[in-house]
Design a protein around this ligand. Structure first.
Ligand code: DAH
Length: 375
């Protein structure tokens, strides 16, 4: 190898070490290691040499190539860390600036009202029970005293799941259970009695489904079920509980109830509960007797003493255990308390509606701090 190569290497290493930026360094790389670069051309000369010449020249040229490659890598590392330092120096973080506002979600009125209900009833010794939304017809109907042919089943506009292996309903094997979307929260009564026995004090809030749709009905909506099972329970307990619940929930002492005889297969006797209200500024405001001037009654919920056949089917002795139950629409309670007028908007997922009617996550309902959210 010639001295020219030595001085060429020296010059190249100096140029690489002095490359001011990535582009300059790349130009140096191409000049040496590129297809027409001097190192590459030197490597090509090896082919024309005799074996002895190659034995001497080969390692030298390879060593030159390694030296150039190493110098390039080193310079690249230095340039990179210089660039990072420059970036860090130019980016100043001013910790005294106010933090940018983060958009915050709201608690849906249905969730809020369910929390409020849990708070009100927890104070009366109730716990919160749940059951599956995909139910079977035994829990949803049969055990609630609605046998197969019962006309009340037809009232429920039920969403049934396709019956596996059966062409028609009557092809089902005897005792097989058809699955459906629960039409009410009442099956949780059955599940709670079967699982926990008596005595029992539960509320069961949750989603229910019916094939029904207009301004006041959506195919999915929410109910809360209440159930008390104990010895010596009578209608007086039911009335006191409902009155105490509604006064606490609506935060008014002047709530007046009217109990009307009614019919539900799972209660005997059954009562429909009305509340007195007046129209103020175009809004229904609960309070006062429905018979007072300017007032009227509004149907609010269904309830009654649990039918002894239901207690029996749930595995309890109806001669020892009695109880009462009630069911009420959660969406309805929310609309009455917070003044929405279209049920469908509850489930549209419109962020503007949620921003307006939703609640702050910090607004936890408590009996001491007020069960209702601050408006
Ligand atoms: N399950 C009934 C419905 O969905 C509501 C109901 C009425 C529930 C009376 C009850 C009750 O627990 O006692 O229409």
């Amino acid at each position: 190898m010639s001295d020219t190569d030595d001085s060429r290497l020296e010059a190249a290493l100096a140029a690489i070490a002095g490359a001011a930026d990535g582009d300059a360094l790349e130009a140096q790389r191409i000049a040496a290691l590129g297809k027409q670069g001097w190192v590459s051309l030197a490597l090509k000369t090896l082919g024309a040499m005799s074996a002895e010449e190659r034995l001497v020249a080969g390692p030298r040229i390879q060593a030159m190539r390694a030296a150039v490659a190493e110098a390039i890598a080193e310079r690249k590392k230095a340039l990179d860390s210089k660039a990072l330092e420059a970036q860090l120096a130019s980016e100043v973080l001013d910790l005294t600036l106010p933090a940018p506002a983060t958009p915050r979600g709201t608690v849906h009125p249905v969730s809020q009202v369910m929390d409020e209900l849990a708070e009100v009833f927890a104070d009366m010794g109730f716990s919160v029970a749940t059951g599956p939304e995909i139910e079977d017809d035994w829990h949803n109907f049969t055990a609630l005293n609605m046998p197969e042919s019962h006309p009340a089943r037809a009232m429920h506009d039920t969403f049934y799941f396709p019956d596996e292996g059966a062409e028609r309903t009557f092809d089902r094997a005897p005792n097989s259970r058809r699955t459906l979307l629960r039409t009410h929260t009442s099956p949780v009564q059955i599940r709670s009695m079967v699982e926990h026995g008596a005595p029992l004090r539960i509320i069961a809030p949750g989603r229910v489904y019916r094939s029904d749709s207009d301004a006041t009905h959506t195919p999915m909506f929410h109910q809360v079920e209440g159930l008390v099972i104990d010895e010596g329970i009578h209608l007086g307990h039911l009335k006191w509980t409902l009155e105490t619940f509604l006064k606490a929930f609506f935060e008014r002492d002047d709530i007046v109830l009217r109990l009307r005889p009614s019919y539900f297969p799972f209660t005997e006797p059954s009562v429909e509960v009305d509340v007195g209200f007046a129209i103020e500024n175009g809004r229904r405001v609960l309070g006062g007797s429905g018979d007072a001037p300017g007032h009227a009654w509004m149907e609010l919920l269904g309830s009654g003493m649990v039918n002894r056949r239901v207690i029996e089917m749930s595995g309890l002795d109806p001669d020892r255990w009695q109880g009462f139950a009630f069911g009420v629409g959660v969406d309805r309670l929310a609309m009455l308390k917070y003044g929405m007028d279209d049920l469908r908007a509850f489930f549209d997922g419109d962020a503007r509606w949620l921003a307006h009617y939703g609640f702050s996550p910090f607004d936890q309902p408590t009996l001491s701090g007020g069960v209702g959210a601050r408006a």
